[in-house]
Design a protein around this ligand. Sequence first.
Ligand SMILES: [Zn+2]
Length: 271
Amino acid sequence: MFEVLVYHKIHNVINFERQIVFLKKKYTILNLDKFKENIRRNDDYNKPSLLLTFDDGDISFYKNAFPILKKHNVPAVIFVITDLINTNKPFWWDAIPYYNIDVDASKLVWDVKKVPNYRRIEILQELKNKSGKKDLEYPQLTYNQLEEMGKSGISIANHSHTHPIFDQCSNQELRYEMEFSIKVLKERNHYYDVFAYPNGNFSLESEEIIRDSGIKFAFLFDHKMKKNPINPLRISRLMVDDTTSLWKFKFILSGLHSKILPLRKKVAKWL
Ligand SMILES: [Zn+2]
């Protein structure tokens, strides 16, 4: 059996190292090549295996997670947003609370994820103009850092060009996202054909476009255990973060957490 974990930013270095030591003891941690091979052959092992993935390519991965993974010789995959590499552009969901001065920012980020992509871009521009603030800057990973990590067990894979919400994009926007992200990663010999849906938003139309663009493996953000047989374009992932305690980690990896979560959400609606 194997499962896939998904992280984002890594700040709690002490707890993250504790997690890695625990995972290494209990699981075989696969690198991306081995994982792809297993899926192709539909292999299942007695020893439980894991693939560790990190979405967005945040700089904290390089600063905090990479040294620990390297120290323990643990491979991982980072899904990067190609338009941000080598820039000081912020993630757009961080720009919203920075430029927004009127309303509840977290609600606004949530709302903006549900509007057509062209509107999301307009809203961001409107907020920026209205705020009068200077441009928000945020250091992103550089090509050199990606190359350095690529040589030390980290596979660099595709998280689109600008991280729009895929089920809110036109087909033309989706083709643009795939064309540019693939081009940038291919030029540098990274894993351009391994993709994670931005924000996890999946649609049948986007699946058709990513497949036509040449994507061979696509990851969801669904907090579910893997299903058999595996559809390589719909690989489930379990959500964790750098603060997850070891007991919760065990709970999540047992599969119980993802079963209980929808139930808890249903119950919460009644409260
Ligand atoms: Zn993302």
